[in-house]
Design a binder for this molecule. Sequence first.
Ligand code: NDP
Length: 329
Amino acid sequence: MEYRYMGKTGLQLSVLSFGSWVSFHKQINDSVADELMGMAYENGVNFFDNAEVYALGESENMMGRVLKKKNWDRTSYIVSSKAFWGWRGKSNKPNQTGLSRKHLTEACHEALQRLQLNYLDLYFCHRPDKGTPITEVVWTMHNLVQQGKILYWGTSEWSGVEIMEAHRVAQQYGLIGPAMEQPQYNLLERNKMENEFLMIFKTVGMGTTVWSPLASGLLSGKYNEGIPEGSRFAIKGFDWLKDRWMKENFLEKVKMLNELANNLGITIAQLSIAWCLKNPDVTTAILGASRKEQLAENLKSLDAKEKLDAGVMQQIEDIVQTKPVLPEY
Ligand code: NDP
């Protein structure tokens, strides 16, 4: 395993990490979660990602039970949660969602209870909240750090401007600012990581825990001949995700990438994950898996990275044609 410092912090994250969205509670039970987390940890993964909204709190409950049973040294792993959507689903009332001081604080307490932990290593604002002043968010996160309930705080899917506004407030009051962002990043979704955030990486610094490195599985090639039973795009309620990715022009690119990967003697999933890791601004790519075989395959992406030399990276660019066009100065 390779470890990278998270932005300008002293915290080291494994470049491959493991997340629980969709899979925990919806697709897998405690015993599979136990196996998957065990396999990840034994392979050097030290970061496990979660959120209050995943399976409406049940994903954190499941991860908490697994962590308790594993009884790993608490200093050897990193756990996150994220607040914004709440966990009560349709019965969410005002103040049970968003980024107010009240919800961020209560969501943190509830996540700690579900995960059976004394502190969260990473705590994310899962989305920006147009209704809460950024000053309130920054003060709340700073205070949670001071109280020892969280160690680092960050954002997810915030714009570059919103992140810099949080830094401005933090600097104005001498508070602890956001240390990391969790954006989507994969071969088909690149603008934030390769354009919008570039100045932030260069100036205040920012770690990134990127999500959906396989575009929800599309970049494993599993959807090339249709939607397999039991796969994510076949799950009830995930039509929005299927519609986002099951597009002819994406599938054509995936088929070409598949061929390129085969020629290199690796799988397209490994090629796609390894490609994310080639970007030094990525601290960690969060893997998702509903089966052991998937995780075993994906954990080998680090070896596959060695095969992505400059020539191969260019071949990938020629296929995907998704590189953001930057202004020339
Ligand atoms: P991926 O894009 O890697 O998709 C993972 C899914 O793809 C698996 O659950 C599985 O789905 C399928 N898959 C994975 N590997 C293989 C393989 N080798 N062969 C075939 N199918 C495969 O990541 P996720 O979208 O799951 O995101 C990873 C994590 O990022 C999440 O768990 C979560 O922690 C975080 N995240 C954060 C978000 C945010 O807003 N901050 C949003 C989304 C995710 P299946 O078997 O069901 O088809």
